[in-house]
Design a protein around this ligand. Structure first.
Ligand code: GRE
Ligand code: ZN
Length: 339
């Protein structure tokens, strides 16, 4: 039987919700008069937040949805914006408590749930230690992080200790979108800044920052998982090399170091794409043609998207038996994530 492993399946912890409710700056959660919630994500960017109960369910409700969609295992990750944007001491505390809460839920359903760690990377050395604890002691499968940390991006050198630790432990980093810090994405509210465009555009930019910053020459074995069919990057696989082919790139080791390879080589070798929240058949074909099925994993994006819709869509896409096995579990297994 073909196993199905979902690598983008979100949860919330009580500690995280509490920290967001108490946060005086952004991001913050606000309880509305009608007892629903609003996420104030960034300046001018707010969204109704109707998924909190579903995010908090780490028990039978989630298992029932997995069963209905035919998903065997979900690798659970804290919802955006994670713990990265909090003040570092608070972030580290919320991260640790959240990782422990997730480990407890996994202990109750070890054959259905696995986990990605959440970290507070602004104290990079202690975040690296927490990643090691999460992987070695809690059995987690990697780090789920976000397209920005509130004021900075993952490619910056001060975060390299965490990248070094992920490479050393041999675990992937899931680079998930969050509410963009690029002001030009914020002008028109969540419509531009959110999942329709800003999420993916910022995340794709950050993957390109990792490449252009020479991070994969320093950490060649690092694997970055991007959702939403790698946020459109498969479509760019030829285009990303153009400035290099045309000889326009003037490298300055202090800014943009000379790269050992073409940008597209890093996209092929250091990136894996998940299927979350995009039901365009041409996106499946493009990703499979450019990256190959050995670089594709299932992502349902529950509860922001539907596990059912994801699996019904994937089941209906034409692909060989071999390609389907790659997408459903074999690529995940190559990342150390098995059912
Ligand atoms: C997500 O985490 O994937 C997400 C959000 C908020 C809105 C839409 C969405 O965190 O897909
Ligand atoms: Zn998601």
């Amino acid at each position: 039987m073909t196993k199905k492993i979902d690598l983008e399946n979100h949860f919330a912890s009580e500690a995280w919700v509490d920290a967001l409710l108490k946060n005086e700056g952004l991001p913050r959660l606000r309880r509305d008069p009608d007892s629903t919630y609003t996420m104030d994500a960034a300046p001018g960017v707010s969204l109704p937040y109707r998924v909190l109960d579903t995010l908090l369910d780490l028990g039978e409700g989630r298992i029932a949805l997995l069963d209905r969609a035919g998903i065997d295992v979900a690798v659970l990750s804290l919802a955006a914006p994670g713990t990265e944007p909090f003040e570092p001491t608070l972030g580290a505390k919320v991260a640790r408590v959240t990782n422990d809460a997730l480990a407890e839920a996994i202990d109750k359903h070890p054959d259905r749930f696995q986990g990605f760690a959440t970290l507070a990377p602004k104290d990079a050395d202690s975040a690296a230690k927490e990643l090691e604890r999460a992987v070695k002691e809690l059995g987690f499968k990697g780090w789920n992080t976000h397209s920005n940390f509130g004021d900075s991006f993952i490619d910056e050198k001060r975060y390299w200790p965490v990248l070094a630790k992920a490479e050393e432990l041999g675990v992937p980093i899931y680079l998930h979108p969050t509410y963009s810090i690029v002001p030009q994405f914020q002008t028109y509210g969540i419509g531009l800044a959110g999942p329709s465009f800003g999420f993916g555009a910022e995340t794709a930019m950050v993957m390109m920052r990792l490449i252009t910053g020479g991070v994969f020459d320093v950490f060649p074995k690092l694997k970055i998982i991007l959702g939403h069919y790698a946020e459109g990057l498969p479509f760019m696989l030829d285009r990303v090399d153009r400035a290099y082919i045309q000889g326009h790139v003037r490298t300055d080791p202090a800014i943009a170091p000379p790269l050992k390879r073409m940008p597209s080589d890093y996209l092929r070798d250091n990136m894996v794409a998940s299927t979350s929240g995009n039901y365009l058949p041409a996106a499946v074909v493009c990703t499979r043609t450019t990256l190959g099925s050995r670089r594709m994993v299932i992502g349902s994006d529950h509860p922001f998207e539907s596990m059912d819709q994801c699996m019904n869509f994937l089941e209906a896409q034409p692909m060989s038996g071999e390609e389907r096995e790659d997408l459903y579990w074999r690529t995940a297994a190559s990342l150390g994530i098995g059912a």
